[in-house]
Design a protein around this ligand. Structure first.
Ligand code: ZN
Ligand code: ZN
Length: 312
């Protein structure tokens, strides 16, 4: 029996469905007040009759679908010369061969590396008290929790990524992700398995830490968060900068321009979603940021020299 229904008496009375369609109509009859999304969600768990398998399969499919769904528009516009004017590094359009090589590597990683935590996620949810029941939490609850996850993941990503640029970590782990100096959507998850697990901790581990302290998290919120985080990662690697890109409206949002500079110059812009860490800690990438940094250092040295002259 699935634990998806808060009303266990009614759910125990629900007959097992032969297929998903039947499960959907059974749920609709038993819980007519449920909104559509919650109906589809609970019908899935009721049909599967095995919450571990239901969560694992759902997460795996969600990850595959959302990742490639978000990569597809970037792949298409890479083949449309009209969009070249929006390309950040316009002379570096990925070839079909490069895209194919990257796709193969990403798929291997999805099936062999990322699938392990995905399939074992439900027992973790149960231990930590991540809820799967309907009704869902309010939109405001999901919204504020997702905002918190974005901020926490960005902190983790900044420091772990900065560490990955240190000598041996770069040489043996992070170098793989930097194979493409001009990234494209698919390269978002093109990385060494160790990097996938360590940076992935920011995405999965932060909600786990959150629920450990608050006991307040629903799996549906987690699905939304993972989808948005995937979109953010793919978009950051898209290689395109538009006049309508989000960072023009939210100046602290990183976006593709920020991460493209990281791939181009290999140094600086270590954060994932926001610009504030690189700005505050003076690790912004690119020739402009470098020139500003050097100018600041020059002024500082001049000031110091003047001060020591005065004391003599
Ligand atoms: Zn890097
Ligand atoms: Zn990258």
């Amino acid at each position: 029996m699935s634990l998806v229904f808060a009303n266990t008496t009614l759910s125990e009375a629900l007959p097992v469905a032969a297929n998903y369609r039947e499960s959907l109509s059974l749920v609709a009859k038993a819980f007519p007040e449920l909104p559509y999304v919650e109906r589809y969600w609970s019908a899935w768990y009721h049909y599967m009759q095995n919450d571990v398998l239901a969560t694992g399969l759902m997460f795996f499919c969600l990850h595959e679908f959302m990742y490639f769904f978000r990569c597809l528009p970037w792949f298409i516009i890479d083949h449309m010369p009209y969009f070249n004017k929006y390309k950040i590094q316009p002379t570096k359009i990925p070839t079909n061969k490069e895209q194919w090589e990257c796709l193969k590597s990403v798929l291997i990683s999805h099936f062999l590396v990322e699938s392990v935590p995905i399939w074992t996620f439900h027992p973790t949810c149960q231990k930590l008290g991540i809820s799967i029941t309907v009704p869902f939490p309010s939109w405001t609850t999901s919204f504020y929790q997702i905002c918190i996850f974005f901020v926490l993941e960005d902190i983790w990503h900044y420091w772990a990524h900065r560490l990955f640029h240190y000598g041996p970590f770069y040489k043996y782990i992070h170098k793989q992700h930097h194979r493409y100096a001009a990234p494209f959507g698919l390269t978002a998850e093109y990385a060494h398995p160790a990097e996938t697990m360590i940076l992935g901790f920011g995405t999965v581990g932060m909600p786990i830490i959150w629920v450990y302290f608050t006991s307040n998290l629903h799996l549906f919120t987690l699905c939304l968060w993972i989808t948005l985080r995937l979109f953010q990662a793919v978009d950051a690697h898209s290689g395109y900068e538009f006049p309508w890109s989000l960072h023009h409206f939210l100046p602290f949002w990183a976006g593709a321009e920020h991460h493209d500079l990281h791939h181009h110059y290999f140094i600086g812009n270590y954060a994932s979603s926001f610009r504030w860490w690189d700005f505050t800690l003076d690790t912004e990438a690119g020739p402009e940021a470098k020139a500003e940094r050097e100018e600041r250092m020059r002024l500082k040295a001049e000031k110091k020299a003047m001060a020591s002259k005065k004391t003599q």
